[in-house]
Each structure stands twice: as structure tokens, then as C-alpha cells.
Design a protein around this ligand. Structure first.
Ligand code: MIC
Length: 670
């Protein structure tokens, strides 16, 4: 049955994305650019962002989750070099028990594929405090990565507010040739459109080529839609989704959700048969070239895993390619199984033995090196990874050189010690493209997925907070006048990894804002935290940036820690969606140049003045900024809704949410 048959009149012949939005629309009009609000069915959080979400639930004084399903995963901060990560895990477990959330224990699996296996349902909405939540689009869900505060609000029963995106129909024709796989499809999208190509868009895949892509292949493609800046990616819920749910013993959760002759705001096409192995060069997922163009480049590390290539097929493919062979002695060949169940299936198939016999280093299930939690490569050497992103320094090594590719390309390099097109390796070794014999029924083991407590019991639970878990900072309202220096002038595409770094040193402080702030911007300016702290209580400061400021991860820490160090405003050519929302949530003014050329007129150290902010903001989308050093004035605008303006003026949304008139009511009606 389609949604149009269920009484949503505008859903007939609409794209899958519009059917999903209309069936969850709470307010607003589905016109591109307008603010809409949608009902939230499911949420996911992971440990690196989830500690803050749980602290936010506490600040909201939530009694119990109001969503259909909310799951907290522990998959990022897995190394336990000291007590901090383990204490965060204990805090998260206690918060799940207190607020009625599912808890996926450390080592159970990476959130996105695990959620897809156990909770994903066609036709539902899912928001997650992780930019790769969009992977859920593979099952015909509307799955959107957002900041932690949006997730906390969603858990508390609030709708998600977002600007209605354009729907970008991507027709897939043909079938992928041997040695080319789903990762090459999304790399082709990045090759064509770059890291800004999906901004303010939902990418909807359709067409005959879908018949040759499994639900897990679609996960690979949907996951890295985040790298294009897209709001999300959506696939129909068709037979491939039914097959996937049957493999997981959940066929009853299947609902068909398809679009026929849908109208798209933008239309485009990929002929799958024409694709070749591709690779993203350091240090942006948008730097994509054919593998043959860079063949022969020496490689010191190969890593297979992460939510970008999490399927059994991805590991089994690498295992089949290295079976009976040895990895190059120049290479550290690392494998991070994406879930315990996939690891079990891999083992039952004999593939684990193939991998370790070929010299693979098997790590625990989880994200691991993807966020720099271990697996840091040697400086200046090339690391090939099947991961989703390779922003500078994200691996934990400051001068890193990380490349992104498919499991086929990664396994080829593991064998040869240099970047190698898998088709050329196949010719040399007379290798057939492996035809994998995957089980019809996946291993299902729910023992490490702990169900929510009953309400009575939950109410008696206390939060378990180790000494590293700080209180959420209290930010004062926005001043009426800001006269502050430009402490940093940055270029285009600054990622949140450059604002609040990943890596095993910083991540244990994700639940401790004062400590984490010491790492802010250190990737671009070692002494930014000291410089900012010196003027925090006098003038505060401003950051000026180019296009797509804050691309990448959803970590709200990238808004909170600079705010903690006195950041009042960011003036940029443009912003990435999630970070822009996070800035508003934590009381930082995000302003855009009317004339991008004015960016060139400002220098680091200039004093900028923003006046009468309290009058200026509501309803008035224009602003001016005076450069007191150069005696020049620039025209700017903001795109904040009334709701966001209120939040920015108040010093962020937390004080507002805690004051909700219905906050007490919500406590009793659980
Ligand atoms: C990422 O891939 O960058 C992460 C790690 O999953 C982040 C979350 C985080 O910063 O913890 C994301 O994409 O949101």
C-alpha cells in the first residue's frame, strides 16, 4: 500500500521524500526554503554526541521518551586509555534506564547499520545526533542527522524544524560492472557535485538500476549523502527492502513505499554500467578521481569498516580477495567489523580466518579510526580507508593523508602496498570477481541491545555521573552591541573536525565542555583557546569564514566550545545545515555576506561592530556590520526563523526549553 492510499492527498504520485514529509507534517508548507516541522518517530544517539543529549534531557527535566523508539549506541569512544570513556558509557546506560531508551552496549555495533538491522522501518522518520543518520534512507525512511539538542527535543516529543529542501531525483540506469560497488556510486556523486552539491536538497534515488542494489548497498550510498551536504537521501521501500527485513526476521515491518512518475525539483541520472573504481584524495571527500589516475602511490595503512561500508558483503569481499594471499609487508591492514552479528556471520562463513591469515589486524566492532579513536597513521604516509570522510587531522594524526575508497580498492592496496585499481589487480592475478555466498538469514543476537525499563522502575533510576561529566554551561543572552576582534579568518569548507577535533585525545572530553574547549580550533591555530580565553570576558570575538562553514559531523560541541570561549558571531559566505542550526541552538549569531566579495575586505585582527542586535533580529533578515579598523560597513543577512531568533537572543535554546509551559504537564502524562 502506498501513502497516497492512506489519506494523505498530496502523496499521490509524489516523490518518496514528499510522501514521508507529508505524512509527518506538523506545520509549515512543503515549499522549498520554507520552515516546516515534522513528527519524530525514532531517534538514535551515539556516545560521542549522546552524553550531551542525555545532559540536555536532564536540563529539560524529561520524565520519559515520547518517541516510538529511541536508541543510544556506544560505538565511538571505545578505547579506554583512562577512566573517562568507561564513565561516559556508565552515564549513558543510566540515562537510558532513567528516560526509557534502548541501550546498545559498547561492542554491539556501529549505530547506523545496527539501527537499520533492528529498528529501521519504511515510512518512519528518524533523527540522530550523527550526520550519517541519513543512512536510514536506504529503507525508505526519512532519516536526518541533526544536532544533539534537536534529538533531545525529539525525544521529549517536539517536532523537528527544518527548511523544506528541494527534492533531487537521481535516476539510476544499468548495473554496476565487476570490481565497482556501491561506494563508487556515491564517490561518483561527490566527483560530480562536490561537498556542497547536496546543500538544501534531499537526494531521491529511483529508476531501473535500483533493482541491482541491495538494501546494504543503498546504505553505503545514503550514508555518504552527508558528505554532499544533503539534508538526507531517500530510497523507495521496494522488494530489496523486503528481502533485507526478511533476512533480519522482520518482514512484518515491511511497508511498500514507492513513487511512480514523481515530479522532482531537479532531475539527474547515473548509468551504473559506466562507473569505474574511484577514490577520494586527501583531505576532502569531494576530491574524487579514478583510481587509475593515482595508481602506484605507496600506501602504509588500509582500513576496512565504518558506517560507510558496514555490510557483511563489504567485509566478505575483502576477505575473498585476500584469501590465500598475504598483505604487503609495508601495510598495516586493519579490519573493524561493523557489528557483532556481522562479525559472527563473517566467522561462520570462514572469512575471518581468510582475513587474519592474510595478515589483517582485527579490531573491536565500532567506528574506531573513523573518528580517530585509535588507528592513527604515521605522519605523511597514505592511509586508504573505506570510511566516509577524511577531513584534515580527523585520523588523529595532524599531518595525515587519508584516502576514501571501496572495499575492493582497499583490499587491492592491502595486497600490493600501493594504490591499485582492482581491475588491474584482477588481470595480474587472474582473479575472477568474487561471487559471494551470503547467508539468507542474518545472525540475530539481541543480547547486547538492552530494552527500556518499565516506567515505574525507570523513575527510581539515578543518573550515574563520573567526575568528568560537567554541567552544561549557562550562556548569557546575546548582548545588544558586539564590538569584537576577528580572531580567525578561515577559508571555504571548514569542517567541524577542524573546529572541535576528533581523535582519542579530545573525544573523552565530549561530556566536559570546559576541558573540551581547550582543543577548539587547534587543528588550524594551536593557541586559539588561549587567545579566545583572554578576551572572553571583555570583548569576546568573531570568526569570519568562507563557504560551507561547519561541514561534516553533527557534533554540537563545534558550536558550544567556541561559544564557551567567547565566540559571539560567525560571519561567513555560507553555512552547512547542521552546524548552522547548532550555532543558533547555543546562542551564536550566524550571518552571511550579501556580497561574498566583502569577505576579502576583512582581515584577521580587524574590530567588527554589530549594533542594536536586540531590535534588529526579530523579523528583520538584514543586518550590517561595521569594520571599525577599516571604517567600512558590509551588508549581511541571516536566515534565522522567529524561533531561532528567540533562541539566539536568549543565549541558546536550553533556557527556553526548560521554561516550556507544558514541561510539568509532560512529566505527569507518561
Ligand atoms: C562523524 O562521522 O564525523 C561522526 C563521528 O559520526 C560525527 C559525530 C561526532 O562528531 O561524534 C557525525 O558525523 O555526526
Amino acid at each position: 500500500m502506498r501513502f497516497g492510499d492512506r489519506g494523505y492527498p498530496n502523496c499521490v504520485n509524489a516523490s518518496v521524500a514528499k510522501q514521508l514529509i507529508e505524512s509527518h507534517l506538523v506545520s509549515g508548507e512543503m515549499k522549498p526554503g520554507e520552515e516546516i516541522a515534522i513528527r519524530v518517530d525514532q531517534t538514535l544517539t551515539q556516545d560521542a554526541t549522546g552524553t550531551l543529549v542525555m545532559q540536555e534531557l536532564e536540563a529539560l527535566d524529561l520524565d520519559r521518551a515520547k518517541t516510538e523508539v529511541s536508541v543510544q549506541y556506544v560505538d565511538h569512544n571505545l578505547l579506554q586509555a583512562d577512566e573517562k570513556n568507561a564513565e561516559d558509557h556508565a552515564f549513558l546506560r543510566s540515562a537510558c534506564r532513567r528516560y526509557g531508551l534502548w541501550f546498545s552496549k559498547a561492542g554491539n555495533g556501529v549505530s547506523h547499520p545496527t539501527h537499520m538491522k533492528h529498528f529501521g522501518k519504511p515510512g518512519k522518520t528518524l533523527i540522530g545526533s550523527d550526520s550519517h543518520t541519513c543512512a536510514g534512507g536506504s529503507l525508505g525512511m526519512l532519516a536526518i542527522g541533526v544536532g544533539g539538542l534537536e534529538v533531545a527535543s525529539g525525544i521529549a516529543g517536539e517536532p523537528l524544524y527544518l527548511r523544506m529542501p528541494e527534492i533531487w531525483g537521481m535516476r539510476l540506469e544499468g548495473e554496476l560492472p565487476p570490481w565497482v560497488s556501491a561506494k563508487d556510486v556515491i564517490l561518483e556523486m561527490l566527483r560530480r557535485h562536490g561537498v556542497k552539491g547536496g546543500l538544501q536538497r534531499i537526494i531521491e534515488y529511483h529508476g531501473p538500476g535500483l533493482a541491482h542494489l541491495t538494501a546494504m548497498d543503498r546504505h553505503v550510498i545514503a550514508n555518504m549523502g552527508a558528505e554532499l551536504g544533503a539534508t538526507t537521501s531517500v530510497f523507495p521501500a521496494d522488494d530489496a527492502v523486503r528481502v533485507f527485513l526478511r533476512e533480519q526476521d522482520r518482514e512484518d515491518d515491511f511497508t511498500e513505499l514507492v513513487a511512480e512518475d514523481a515530479d522532482y525539483d531537479i532531475s539527474d541520472e547515473i548509468d551504473l554500467a559506466s562507473l569505474e573504481p574511484l577514490i577520494a584524495k586527501p583531505s576532502s571527500p569531494g576530491n574524487v578521481v579514478p583510481v587509475r589516475e593515482v595508481a602506484g602511490t605507496p600506501v602504509s595503512q588500509v582500513v576496512i569498516g565504518s558506517s560507510a561500508n558496514p555490510g557483511l558483503r563489504d567485509f566478505a569481499m575483502a576477505a575473498a580477495m585476500v584469501s590465500g594471499r598475504q598483505s604487503s609487508d609495508a601495510v598495516s591492514f586493519d579490519v573493524n567489523p561493523s557489528s557483532r552479528e556481522i562479525f559472527a556471520d563473517l566467522t561462520k562463513m570462514g572469512a575471518t580466518l581468510d582475513l587474519i591469515s592474510a595478515g589483517a589486524r582485527l579490531h573491536q566492532t565500532g567506528c574506531m579510526g573513523c573518528i580517530g579513536m585509535g588507528q592513527a597513521p604515521a605522519s605523511g604516509t597514505n592511509s586508504l580507508r573505506t570510511f566516509p570522510r577524511n577531513f584534515p587531522g580527523r585520523s588523529g594524526t595532524k599531518e595525515d593523508s587519508v584516502w576514501l575508497c571501496s572495499p575492493e580498492t582497499a583490499a587491492s592496496a592491502a595486497l600490493t602496498g600501493e594504490i591499485t585499481d582492482p581491475r588491474d589487480l584482477a588481470d595480474k592475478l587472474e582473479l575472477e570477481y568474487p561471487s559471494l555466498d551470503l547467508p539468507e538469514r542474518a545472525t540475530i543476537n539481541l543480547d547486547m541491545l538492552v530494552a527500556p525499563l518499565e516506567p515505574d522502575e525507570a523513575q527510581r533510576e539515578e543518573l550515574v555521573k563520573g567526575p568528568n561529566i560537567s554541567a552544561l554551561p549557562d550562556f548569557p543572552p546575546l548582548p545588544d552591541r558586539i564590538e569584537a576582534p576577528v580572531l580567525l579568518k578561515l577559508g571555504d569548507d571548514i569542517s567541524t573536525d577542524e573546529i572541535s577535533p576528533a581523535g582519542a585525545r579530545a573525544l573523552p572530553f565530549r561530556s566536559n565542555i570546559p576541558k573540551l574547549s581547550d582543543f577548539t580550533f587547534t587543528q588550524v591555530r594551536e593557541n586559539y583557546p588561549q587567545q579566545a580565553a583572554e578576551i572572553k570576558d571583555t570583548t569576546g570575538h568573531i570568526v569570519v569564514a568562507g563557504d560551507n562553514y561547519g561541514q561534516g559531523s553533527s557534533r554540537e560541541h563545534a558550536a558550544i566550545t567556541p561559544r564557551y570561549l567567547g565566540l559571539h558571531a560567525v560571519v561567513a559566505k555560507s553555512f552547512a545545515r547542521i552546524h548552522w542550526q547548532n550555532l543558533a541552538n547555543f546562542g551564536v549569531l550566524a550571518l552571511e555576506f550579501d556580497e561574498p566579495g566583502d569577505y576579502d575586505r576583512i582581515d584577521e585582527g580587524d574590530t567588527l561592530v554589530l549594533d542594536r542586535l536586540r531590535d534588529l533580529l526579530p523579523g528583520d533578515r538584514h543586518a550590517q556590520i561595521h569594520n571599525a579598523t577599516k571604517d567600512e560597513t558590509y551588508e549581511l543577512h541571516h536566515r534565522l526563523s522567529e524561533r531561532q531568533v528567540e533562541a539566539v537572543l536568549a543565549g541558546g535554546r536550553i533556557p527556553l526549553l526548560a521554561r516550556r509551559p507544558d514541561a510539568d504537564q509532560e512529566k505527569v502524562d507518561v
